[in-house]
Ligand binder design. Structure first.
Ligand SMILES: [Fe+2]
Length: 279
C-alpha cells in the first residue's frame, strides 16, 4: 500500500499558501426527480450535505473535482440542478464523465461560469488532466485513442509540472470481482505514457464508491467514497457498505507530494437498502 491518508482535520489553512487544495466529490448519481433515491438514499440530499460539510470543514478549496457518475439518469434537469449547486459555491469546478453520464450533454449543460468540462488546468506548479474513460453504452472503462493522444499532448506540453490525472474508472483492479469487470480495459497503453513522463505523481478516480490508496509503478493511485452509497471493498459480488456518504480532500504541495484524506457525514442516511443485490 502507498502512504496512508491523513486523519487530521482537513482544514486547508494548515497547509502552505502555495498548496493546491482540492475537494473531490464523486458519483453523486443525481436524478431528474429530486425526490428519487438510489438504494434507499436520496442522492440529492446527501450530495447537498456532503458539499456543505466539506466546504465547512476544509475552508476554501482552490478547486472542486467532480469525477463522474454525476447524474444517474443523465437527464438535462439533473445536470441543470447540479450546475446550480456548483455555481452557488463560486469555486472553480472541473467535471468529467462516468459511465452513467452522457459526456456531450454533460459538457453542453455544465460547462459555464465557474464550472468547467475541459481537458486540463495548470496552476501552482501542478497540471491536472481530466480524461474521459467512458465507453458509449457500456459500464466499462477505456482510454481511447483520442484520449491517449490528448494525454500525450498535455504531458508533452507541461513536462516541468507535477501532474495528477483524473478520470472516472479505476486504472487497476481494486480486488472486487464484480467491480473489476469494469476496470480500465487498456491499462498498458495508459501506464506506458505514465512511465515515460515522470512528472506524473498520481491518478485519481471515482466509480468504485470506496476508499482506495495504493502505489503502482511509482505513481499514487487513489479512489474515493461516493457522495451517496458505498460499496464493500474486496468482495466478489455487489454489496452495500454500512458507512456514510463522504468525500476526499487533497492538498497538492509544490514539491510534488500529496496530502490527502477522507471524511464523511456523521451518520448513515436512514433508508439505506443494505440488502440490495445491485443497481
Ligand atoms: Fe461509475
Amino acid at each position: 500500500m502507498g502512504s496512508s491518508p491523513d486523519n487530521q482535520p482537513p482544514n486547508f489553512k494548515q497547509f502552505p499558501a502555495e498548496s493546491l487544495n482540492l475537494l473531490q466529490l464523486t458519483d453523486s448519481h443525481l436524478y431528474a426527480d429530486p425526490s428519487r433515491s438510489l438504494l434507499g438514499i436520496n442522492t440529492l440530499e446527501t450530495f447537498d450535505q456532503v458539499l456543505a460539510q466539506a466546504l465547512q470543514e476544509t475552508g476554501n478549496p482552490d478547486f472542486i473535482l467532480a469525477t463522474g457518475d454525476l447524474v444517474h439518469d443523465a437527464s438535462d434537469t439533473g445536470y441543470k440542478r447540479l450546475l446550480g449547486r456548483l455555481q452557488l459555491t463560486e469555486i472553480p469546478t472541473y467535471c468529467l464523465p462516468g459511465n452513467h453520464d452522457i459526456p456531450g450533454k454533460m459538457k453542453q449543460i455544465l460547462n459555464q461560469d465557474n464550472v468547467h468540462c475541459i481537458p486540463s488546468v495548470q496552476t501552482k506548479g501542478w497540471s491536472l488532466i481530466f480524461l474521459d474513460s467512458t465507453i458509449a453504452k457500456s459500464d466499462g472503462g477505456r482510454i481511447d485513442e483520442s484520449q491517449l493522444e490528448l494525454l500525450r499532448v498535455l504531458l508533452r506540453a507541461h513536462p516541468d509540472k507535477h501532474t495528477m490525472i483524473c478520470m472516472h474508472h479505476h486504472p487497476v483492479p481494486v480486488g472486487s470481482r464484480w467491480m473489476d469487470t469494469m476496470v480500465l480495459e487498456n491499462p498498458d497503453a495508459f501506464f506506458k505514457l505514465i512511465d515515460a513522463n515522470p512528472q506524473v505523481q498520481a491518478v485519481l478516480c471515482g466509480h468504485i464508491h470506496q476508499a482506495f490508496d495504493t502505489e503502482y509503478r511509482g505513481v499514487r493511485l487513489m479512489g474515493s467514497p461516493s457522495t451517496c452509497v458505498q460499496f464493500i471493498p474486496r468482495v466478489d459480488d455487489f454489496a452495500i457498505d454500512a458507512i456514510p456518504p463522504g468525500y476526499r480532500w487533497l492538498s497538492l504541495q509544490p514539491d510534488g507530494t500529496i496530502r490527502t484524506g477522507l471524511n464523511s457525514l456523521p451518520k448513515i442516511p436512514s433508508g439505506l437498502d443494505l440488502a440490495s443485490m445491485g443497481y
